[in-house]
Design a protein around this ligand. Structure first.
Ligand code: ZN
Length: 265
């Protein structure tokens, strides 16, 4: 890489370091300062490796790269922790250890290529994309409410639906979720997680919440998030699943998406 580019990126980092740190803290509120610093260092390394053309890289694009690298790293943690769960006799799922990130793009890429098992977050992501394709916003919303721990009574109260309607909608959504599970689940861990076991083991409920709240497994697609932030309040309220996910549940990953969209305009 030319020394001009190196100089450019050094200045860029100086100028944008605090913005990136603030985005990391919004999207990943559980991150310790040392971990935030590791990811900033990761960004600096990528920039100085000379892969990025200064003319075509905006703060928004660079954030996208870092954001997805962190999510990939979280999925790796999820898999390690699921594997440990599958082989332990105690029957307790332990949350992933996220204190030692060692983010490294080559490792992350290799992990992605060799990954074969279905993760809980993969299943929920497939389910969410499928809801979006079908325009099944209500089913998506009810499912997320349920997986985040709301009872049927609470769901009925929050949505104004009848108990019977909640029951029917939730059953339909569960049926669809199980189709995604059975499509690819090599070690049956995900199957066990979703198939009734979750209610018996509090720790599995924790696992599902971790994938939703930390790893963003039920986040809407980028286009829909952007459309939501552009819409007025009245229109937003008609987007059931997004309204719940972003406004009521206050998903930090989606709030970071809003922050960067404001930053870029
Ligand atoms: Zn989200």
């Amino acid at each position: 890489m030319s020394s001009d580019n190196a100089l450019y990126w050094q200045e860029w980092i100086l100028k944008n370091r605090s913005k990136l740190a603030s985005l990391l803290r919004t999207a990943f509120p559980w991150m310790e300062q040392a971990t935030v610093d590791d990811w900033l260092q990761h960004t600096i390394t990528l920039a100085l490796e000379g892969q990025w053309d200064p003319a075509s890289m905006s703060l928004r694009l660079i954030w996208k790269i870092i954001f997805h690298d962190v999510l990939d790293w979280l999925r790796r943690r999820e898999r390690e922790s699921l594997t440990a769960f599958g082989s332990s006799s105690s029957g307790d799922w332990q949350p992933p250890d996220m204190r030692h990130p060692e983010p490294h793009s080559a490792v992350l890429r290799r992990e992605k290529e060799t990954r074969r098992e279905k993760l809980v977050s993969d299943v929920l992501r497939d389910f969410t994309r499928d809801s979006e394709r079908r325009g099944a916003a209500r089913e998506q919303e009810i499912m997320e409410r349920s997986l985040r721990g709301q009872s049927r009574e609470q769901i009925a109260e929050a949505t104004g639906m009848t108990m019977n309607n909640v029951y029917v909608t939730l059953s339909r959504a569960r049926g669809r979720l199980m189709e995604h599970v059975s499509r690819k689940d090599v070690n049956q861990t995900v199957f066990t997680t979703f198939h009734g076991e979750a209610s018996k083991h509090g720790s599995l409920v924790e696992l599902i919440r971790w994938t939703i709240e930390v790893a963003g497994a039920m986040c809407p697609g980028d286009d829909r998030i952007a459309a939501f932030f552009k819409a007025g309040d009245a229109d937003r309220q008609t987007m059931n699943d997004l309204w719940f996910h972003i406004v009521e549940a206050r998903c930090p990953l989606c709030l970071a998406a809003e922050k960067i969209s404001l930053e870029a305009t």
